[in-house]
Structures are given as structure tokens and as C-alpha cells.
Design a protein around this ligand. Structure first.
Ligand SMILES: [Zn+2]
Length: 315
């Protein structure tokens, strides 16, 4: 009997230990949601956390932030792509020679994977917000500095990773570029499910229109899931991508957090709320929109008027 009790105690202890480091979104269980992540990973309480709210009136223009050079984004790769439900998101592992460089990035960054964050069929769920506006979904394309061969190494360097954030809104027409992903969703309903997709689309077709890619915001931040490593150079495009209402419904309402045999819980609201800027400066690329707040605009406008008047008088 004692042996049995000892055995049971041991199993409970083992479960508690393996349970450590478990994280989730509040929609799954408030006890392990974003407010508690700092308890399992110290980084999540750091000073350079993501996502953030981008305030157009407070961003600073940096004319050195020019065009991004996209390599391998323009053709469908020959290798198969693995799309999987990892219990937190829907993630596609990328292979082949796909990378980005330029645009103020200190090196070439190789594409590793992309995944989505969303709300629900009726609730917005982007991670980044612009002037406090949340979008229905957000796509993240994660790249690693080419000088590293493992993510573990890259996560130790503030310039180790570069993530492209694409805000997604909902319109009337289907976006054909997103159709293969949307139809694959039904095969990855549960955690651990995956499907091998023959890539029929180039990665660039998931991005905003070609002419709008030079409009973006840049800041230094972190991964938006534990361990929240502060190793990310963020690029958030100003121009959103549009998918249809039906595509949005399928993308947000098909996957579950739970695996086979568990009570099914819909994968809803898998986003982290905006984090404090803590003194960081968000930069605007040379073509991005910068607006000025009434408080700032008035003095600037007055100075402009005075200098204009002075020039007229001097002439
Ligand atoms: Zn993400």
C-alpha cells in the first residue's frame, strides 16, 4: 500500500514538473495566459517585448529604411511545405533558399516559417495594432540571421531574428493566394496534425501589393510567445492584405488548441496583447505614413508659416 502511495506521489510530482513551462492563451485557460508568461520565462517581463501599438504620430522617419530585397519570394519552391497545428497556431515550415536583406537589416536573414495570429470569426486578433486599431489577423514570416545555424544561437543576439508582420483585413472577394492554406486548414484541426502541401504559390503572394512593400514600421522587439526572446528586428507593413469573409471564417474557426482525445477547445484569440514601449523608438521607412498629433502639428505648422512669411518679406 505504501509503495502504491509513493508511486502515485511520484507520478503527481512528475506531472507537476513536466507541467512547468506550459503556456497558453487566456481563451484556453486564463491561469496560463499572457499575464503569467513572465512566471515561466523571465524574458516575457523584459523591456523590449512584442507586439506593440504603433502610434503614427510618434514614429520617427528614417530615410535609410528603403526597399527590402526579397530572395526566393517570387517563385513557388520545388520542395514540399509542411503545414501544422502546433497547439498555439497554424505554422508552415519553409525550406529552400528564401531570404530577405537590405532595408536597414545588418545581414541576410533566411526564412524559417510563417504562422498566423487571430481572434475568432467575430473578434479581431492581430498582435500589432496601429493607432490602437486591431486587425482581424496577422501573418508572421520568421527569418534567422544567416550567420547562425540554430534558432537557439540566434535568440541570444538582439539582431538574431527578423520577422515580417502582415496585417490582414476582411473584404468581400476571396484572395486566391490564401486559398491553398485555407483549404488545408480542415486537415489540421487538432494539435499535432500536419499536412504536406505542394507549394503552388510564391511567398510574395501572401504579402501586400508590390508597390506598397516599401511602407513599413521598424522596431526592436521580441518573440510574441514564450520564451519571448528579445532577439527580433520587427518589420510591420503599413498596407494590410485582404481576404474574404468566408476565408476568414475557415481560418479562424477550424483549428483547435487541443489534441486527439482531449476535450476540443477552439483555437480562438491566439494573440498576445500589445506590450509597453519602454522608451523604444519606432521608425518609419522612407515611404511609410507618418502623421502628427495635434500637439506636435501646431508648433511645426506655426514655424513653417513664419519661415514662409520671412522668405516672402526678404524677397
Ligand atoms: Zn507570431
Amino acid at each position: 500500500m505504501k509503495m502504491l502511495q509513493l508511486g502515485i506521489t511520484f507520478i503527481i510530482l512528475l506531472e507537476q514538473v513536466s507541467g512547468e513551462g506550459q503556456w497558453c492563451y487566456s481563451s484556453q485557460n486564463p491561469a496560463c495566459g499572457p499575464d503569467h508568461w513572465k512566471d515561466i520565462s523571465h524574458n516575457c517581463g523584459g523591456d523590449h517585448q512584442s507586439p506593440i501599438n504603433i502610434e503614427k504620430a510618434k514614429v520617427k522617419r528614417d530615410s535609410d529604411l528603403g526597399n527590402i530585397t526579397f530572395n526566393g519570394y517570387d517563385h513557388a519552391p520545388s520542395a514540399e511545405w509542411k503545414l501544422m497545428n502546433d497547439g498555439h497556431s497554424v505554422l508552415l515550415s519553409l525550406s529552400g533558399d528564401i531570404s530577405i536583406s537590405g532595408a536597414g537589416l545588418p545581414n541576410t536573414y533566411k526564412a524559417l516559417q510563417f504562422h498566423f495570429h487571430w481572434g475568432s470569426p467575430t473578434k479581431d486578433g492581430s498582435e500589432h495594432t496601429v493607432d490602437s486599431k486591431q486587425f482581424p489577423l496577422e501573418l508572421h514570416i520568421v527569418h534567422m540571421n544567416a550567420k547562425y545555424s540554430t534558432v537557439t544561437e540566434a535568440k541570444k543576439d538582439p539582431q538574431g531574428l527578423a520577422v515580417l508582420g502582415i496585417l490582414i483585413m476582411v473584404g468581400e472577394a476571396d484572395n486566391p493566394s490564401y486559398s491553398p492554406l485555407v483549404s488545408a486548414m480542415k486537415n489540421i484541426s487538432l494539435e499535432g496534425d500536419y499536412v504536406l502541401m505542394t507549394p503552388t504559390f510564391p511567398l510574395e503572394s501572401l504579402l501586400p501589393a508590390h508597390g506598397k512593400l516599401s511602407r513599413y514600421y521598424r522596431y526592436q522587439g521580441s518573440l510574441t510567445t514564450p520564451d519571448c526572446s528579445q532577439a527580433v528586428i520587427w518589420t510591420v507593413f503599413e498596407e494590410p492584405v485582404t481576404i474574404s469573409r468566408n476565408q476568414h471564417r475557415i481560418l479562424t474557426d477550424t483549428a483547435h488548441f487541443s489534441s486527439q482525445g482531449e476535450t476540443p477547445v477552439k483555437m480562438w484569440e491566439n494573440y498576445r496583447p500589445p506590450q509597453p514601449l519602454k522608451g523604444r523608438q519606432v521608425l518609419a521607412s522612407k515611404d511609410a505614413t507618418v502623421s502628427c498629433s495635434p500637439g506636435l502639428c501646431a508648433p511645426v505648422l506655426t514655424l513653417c508659416m513664419i519661415s514662409l512669411a520671412a522668405r516672402i518679406l526678404l524677397n
